[in-house]
Design a protein around this ligand. Sequence first.
Ligand code: R5P
Length: 279
Amino acid sequence: MKIVGGPASQLLASRVASILGCELLGVEYKRFPDGESYVRVLGDIDDILIIQSAVTDGDWVRLLQLIDACEEAKRVRVVIPYVGYARQDSRSHPGEAISARAVAKTVHADEIFTVNIHNQSILKYFSGNARDLDAAPFIGRYVSSLGLNNPIIIAPDDGAKALAESAASNLGIDFDVLEKKRLSGDKVEIKAKHLDVADRDVVIIDDMISTSGTMIETIGLLRRQKPSDIYVACVHPVLVRDAVGRLFQTGAKKIIATDTIEKGVSVVSVAPLIAEALK
Ligand code: R5P
């Protein structure tokens, strides 16, 4: 098997290649004068693994170009560590696009892997056998390695409950869940609930941090209950605009994230998770 690392997942692809002892194929990327992108995979295209997160529209196009470039291969497997548009997974008003479905339908491969996709129901729209991998135990192990003071992992809403449970499992760490209501694109309201966090280190976990509105609201609520330090953790560090600065201003001690999106806060690698799934 040979690995093609897309432009959004260069580090991750090289980490997976190094764990599996596979060759990384070179790719030529160019842009035409009108802005259209050009992709050419260099080398022997036979049994191929493409790794490319789809954070931006351009990333989606590059992913489709890479899959198409490998059309002749006897097997093409695709890892999309971060599936952008996954939050648009249902219709709230008539005429709205279910964008998660629209983009997933364009991906055709023998096998498709995602990591903590926002909603597992999206997997059925991919053309190919699709499977979601869970990075939460890796985040849990990292949290455990920090030697925190009687830590508790907290999910801001029910959607992140499984993540908190999975991160805490087998580590003897407590977890709990809050209740969130989204008011607008960057405003959320989290319901107060008494939790046993006084003098304990708290780790708030979510599948992704985008504007950081959810985390900031959760930090504000928890601080009233006098915890020690507050850490924020996510699988996908989307971190738009001034999300990082706002998190630190609000009192987060550290941001813990994985390399599904390669950022400075990506201290946990999902490469071993992907490598294990491919074996
Ligand atoms: C929402 O359902 C997700 O799980 C995250 O809670 C949300 O997308 C985080 O976005 P933001 O950082 O903008 O609050």
